[in-house]
Design a protein around this ligand. Structure first.
Ligand code: SF4
Length: 322
């Protein structure tokens, strides 16, 4: 069976205040219960506070975004002449290069440095623009690492977004292991084959596109060129969250593998659980547990390697809530 915990814990960068470091402008922190109680056992953290790193002290004068929401500046709230846009952006670019062993990044929301979206951008009238912006450090970092799974801590409280983000972190880690072992045409095709049903659940359209990309690969094509292109498209595709409808479709496909092994009564029971999942009566883990039971009883090598069945360790309990 595909085992996401077979390797060492994936490393995730995280806004330092979320891990309990007292690095905020007021000397406080924003320790995240979610990160510290549910996620900490499964990941190694790399805490980063860009404001402290560029030399703003603790405590310090607060800063905020101003100007064009698409391209805001970061200035002191009390002293608008203190402009730290450049240092924060430079530090973001630097960390994007230095943090080369991370498989994801959890950012603090609403921050003019770390926020990913909807950060208030103040206008000359003293009020924020209707459209929010992105923190200067986060914008520079993400521009350099477009394939890296990133999310705001606040959004991780949504079980669907949390499950999606953690799945992408493990997929990213899986790809790093593939690269370490050596990228070849065969390795690329085998990787895609393992991600078939996860892709089908998250993004059926991209599933077909990526299948075509590899299906038309010729013997003389260089995997070193196609591989990064494939992975980039895969990571973009997996950002879309699976719905009950697309999960239901995948569950139907998976149940088809057992149609000759199961009795009519077993098939009816499995179908009933898939229907109940699609109606929102039971979580995804319920029909999946029965499918995995049948997979142990009637092993199928192709199904056993599917990342969809185990995109992250069971002990995270992520599919109990979606
Ligand atoms: S949000 Fe970012 S810059 Fe602000 S205290 Fe937390 S880590 Fe530091």
């Amino acid at each position: 069976m595909h085992d996401p915990s077979a390797h060492s814990k994936p490393r995730i960068a995280i806004s330092a205040c979320l891990t309990g470091h007292s690095v905020r402008y007021n000397g406080g922190h924003k320790a995240s219960d979610l990160c510290r109680t549910q996620l900490e056992a499964h990941f190694d953290w790399s805490p980063v506070c860009p404001e402290v790193a560029i030399g703003l002290g603790i405590p310090r004068d607060p800063i905020r975004l101003v100007g064009d929401p698409q391209n805001p500046s970061v200035v002191g709230t009390r002293d608008p002449d203190m402009d730290v846009t450049g240092p924060l952006a430079l530090y973001g670019e630097r960390m994007a290069m230095e943090l080369d062993d991370i498989c994801g990044y959890i950012f603090m929301q609403k921050s003019p440095s770390c926020g990913l979206e909807r950060v208030k951008v103040y206008q000359e009238n003293g009020y924020p623009a209707l459209q929010g912006g992105t923190g200067a450090y986060a914008a520079a970092f993400c521009a350099r690492r477009p394939d890296l799974p990133v999310e705001e801590e606040g959004r991780l409280h949504d079980p669907v977004l949390r499950e999606n983000f953690i799945s992408r972190v493990y997929a990213y880690a899986d790809w790093q292991h593939l690269l370490a072992d050596g990228l070849s045409r065969g390795a690329l095709v085998r990787f895609h084959s393992r991600y078939k049903y996860l892709l089908m659940a998250n993004n059926p359209h991209a599933y077909r596109q990526l299948g075509r990309l590899l299906g038309t690969m010729r013997r003389e094509d260089d995997p070193q060129e196609i591989g990064p292109r494939y992975f980039s498209q895969l990571m973009q595709a997996l950002r879309r969250c699976a719905s009950r409808g697309t999960h239901g479709n995948v569950l139907q496909h998976l149940s088809g593998y057992f149609k000759s092994a199961l009795t009519d009564q077993d098939k009816a029971e499995l179908q009933h659980l898939i229907d109940q999942y699609q109606q929102g009566v039971v979580p995804l883990v319920v029909p999946l547990t029965l499918l995995k039971h049948y997979l142990r009883k009637y092993p199928d090598p192709y199904l056993q390697q599917q990342a969809y069945l185990q995109p992250h360790p069971d002990s995270l309990g992520l599919r109990n809530a979606v």
